[in-house]
Design a protein around this ligand. Structure first.
Ligand code: C2E
Ligand code: MG
Ligand code: MG
Length: 560
């Protein structure tokens, strides 16, 4: 630091810059742990020697602490030239270091800061270089990066989050959501994943942002206990209320928590205290973190499994697990990552991966959950592959506990009433009060679908040339309530019922919307009828023939 200060003073006189490279070794701890301290020391010496080889005479190489080095370059005329030096250092670090006949490998993460004596203090430069180094670590290590303003902002935000998290529990800023997990068929709630929400005074922050920071700083240990207690409380309360039909509770556990020596005792105490049934709790651990240190995780997971807790591999497919390791771990459930589910309709590779993963899971006797299911097509495809459980916006978003419980109640009620209450149908036509755009219609579709699914309504809404025709199936009372709502809705004009009455059996097993534009066959898969088209028959006129309307609308059931 003394040298750094002197260099900065000199730069104030000369007007030239000073540049500081912060070099942190990646995976050094692993070398120390697996090959012994002697190997570690040898490695640090070799690294120091390599660094010295790379710099000009007059530059300084120093060791800050542990596996952290700094390279100080004085009188830098071309600051951007530092990128060449940094890349060269990355290269030489990648060369193996031979220790007792064994090749040892490390890489380095390098942060580069440039400044001069009139604008920067020694502490500034060190902090900047450290911030840039940290960014390299986050983006996958073995590389270099210049410090920049936006990195500075990120670092400040991270610091604010780190400080905020310390007080979040005390200040009551955490809350939980429960996202229903449904059976693949017929889509009934079987469990719920507890998802943490954090709302400090400055505004809500996503778990995707604060959880990694909490893991890095260790705050996740305290937070994780709070979360586990919430999960246990919910499990006990729900079981009290609904008995063994109650949904199970899935809860995320970070691998960082598994390193905490007292975790098993703490979890065990919380189970006792809340009276939760461990076999109805599922601990979700991401594949990447689970496989990063199998040996340690295996020990702890076995002890957790001994408590009766069940374990799921979360975000499965994104990491690298070997089958041998999967069979050694006490795992009960695989959760297939959203990325593959998302790709099902788009590419063959995702489909292949999903099918292969399901095959593996099934042969290991594991339950399969698909995450992030957003469309009916994805749902159908997963059903044909034999997926057990589904989680995703297509069925439910994460809900506040109260709403989750109401949703579950209603579903139970329907299930009980389903067989007794007779079915009813209704077909109507109406006109749009104004032209509606595609995305507007799709937005409408999503809200109505949610509502209809909760109310046990199936059917089909056709939008064609500014007109609507809809078939509704469900219990009479519900169908009539919906009819009244639609009639009162400003968007519908000239509402007219075509036919209604009792129904033997549903034609549709869900509710959906079909958008048709008769006339412009361009781009559609339909044949071109334009030469034959005498006139367009509007729905309003078609409505005189209910049989024809019924045939027309139910023809869409085949396509879903
Ligand atoms: P995860 O465990 O894989 O949780 C699923 C995430 O996907 C949730 O995001 C959920 O809201 C979202 N999701 C569910 N269905 C869909 C869908 O159909 N489409 C899309 N686009 N997203 C869907 P969320 O709540 O933002 O959580 C993000 C991640 O943060 C979680 O991923 C989990 O890794 C972590 N996390 C959340 N709560 C906790 C917690 O209490 N402890 C720990 N350690 N991690 C948590
Ligand atoms: Mg999860
Ligand atoms: Mg997941």
């Amino acid at each position: 630091r003394g040298r750094l200060r002197h260099a900065l003073q000199r730069s104030r006189r000369s007007g030239l810059s000073v540049s500081l490279l912060f070099v942190d070794l990646d995976g050094f701890k692993l070398i120390n742990d697996s090959h012994g301290h002697e190997a570690g020391d040898e490695m640090l010496k070799a690294v120091a020697a390599r660094l010295i080889e790379q710099v000009r005479p007059g530059d300084t190489v120093g060791r800050l602490a542990g596996d952290e080095f700094v390279v100080l370059c004085d009188q830098v005329e071309q600051p951007l030239g530092m990128s060449v030096l940094a890349a060269r250092i990355n290269d030489v670090l990648r060369q193996p270091i031979v220790f007792k006949g064994v090749d040892l490998f490390v890489t380095g993460s390098i942060g580069v800061a440039i400044g001069n004596g009139s604008t920067h203090s020694a502490d500034d430069l060190l902090r900047y270089a450290d911030t840039a180094m940290y960014a390299v670590k986050e983006s996958g290590r073995d590389g270099w990066q210049f410090f920049s303003e936006s990195l500075q902002e990120q670092a400040q935000q991270r610091l604010a989050i780190t400080n905020g998290l310390r007080l979040a529990i005390e200040r009551n800023e955490f809350s939980v959501r429960f996202q229903p997990i449904v059976t693949a068929e017929p889509g009934r709630i079987a469990g719920a994943e507890l998802l943490l929400r954090w709302k400090p005074a400055s505004g809500e922050i996503s778990p995707a942002v604060f959880i990694p920071i909490a893991e890095m700083t260790g705050a996740i240990v305290q937070i994780g206990l709070w979360v586990f207690r919430e999960a246990c409380r919910a499990e006990a309360e729900w079981r009290h209320r609904w008995g063994h039909e109650a949904p199970y509770v899935s809860v995320n556990v970070s691998a960082r928590q598994l390193n905490d020596a007292s975790l098993v005792e703490e979890f065990s105490a919380i189970l006792q205290e809340t009276g939760a049934d461990p076999s109805r709790l599922l601990l979700e651990i991401t594949e990447t973190s689970l496989m990063a240190d199998v040996e340690t995780n295996l020990r702890i997971l076995r002890r957790l499994a001994d408590l009766g807790l069940r374990v799921a591999v979360d975000d499965f497919g994104t990491g690298y697990s070997s089958l041998a390791q999967l069979t050694r771990l006490p795992v009960n459930v695989l959760k297939i990552d959203r990325a593959f589910v998302d790709g099902i309709e788009k590419n063959e590779e995702s489909r292949t991966i999903v099918r292969a993963v399901m095959g593996i899971g099934r042969s290991l006797g594991l339950k399969l959950v698909a995450e992030g299911v957003e469309t009916g097509a994805q749902h159908r495809e997963l059903c044909t592959y034999g997926c057990d459980l589904i989680q995703g916006y297509y069925f439910h978003r994460p809900l506040e506990e109260q709403l989750f419980c109401e949703t579950f109640e209603r579903e139970r009620g329907e299930q009980a009433g389903e067989s007794s209450a007779p079915l009813y149908f209704l077909i109507y036509v109406s006109r749009c009060n104004r032209p509606m755009k595609q995305d507007e219609l799709i937005e409408m579709l999503n809200t109505i679908r949610q509502h209809n699914r909760l109310n046990g309504i199936s059917g089909c809404l056709i939008h064609q040339d500014g007109e609507f025709m809809q078939l509704l199936e469900g219990k009479q009372q519900v169908v009539h309530a919906l009819r009244d709502r639609i009639r009162a809705d400003q968007r519908h004009e000239d509402f007219r019922v075509i036919a209604e009455g009792p129904l033997q059996q549903r034609v549709f097993n869900d509710w959906g919307m079909v958008l048709r534009h008769v006339g412009d066959s361009e781009g559609s898969k339909q044949p071109d009828f334009s030469a034959w088209q005498k006139r367009k028959i509007p729905f309003a006129e078609l409505a005189d023939d209910p049989r024809l309307c019924y045939a027309y609308i139910t023809a869409h059931a085949v396509q879903g």
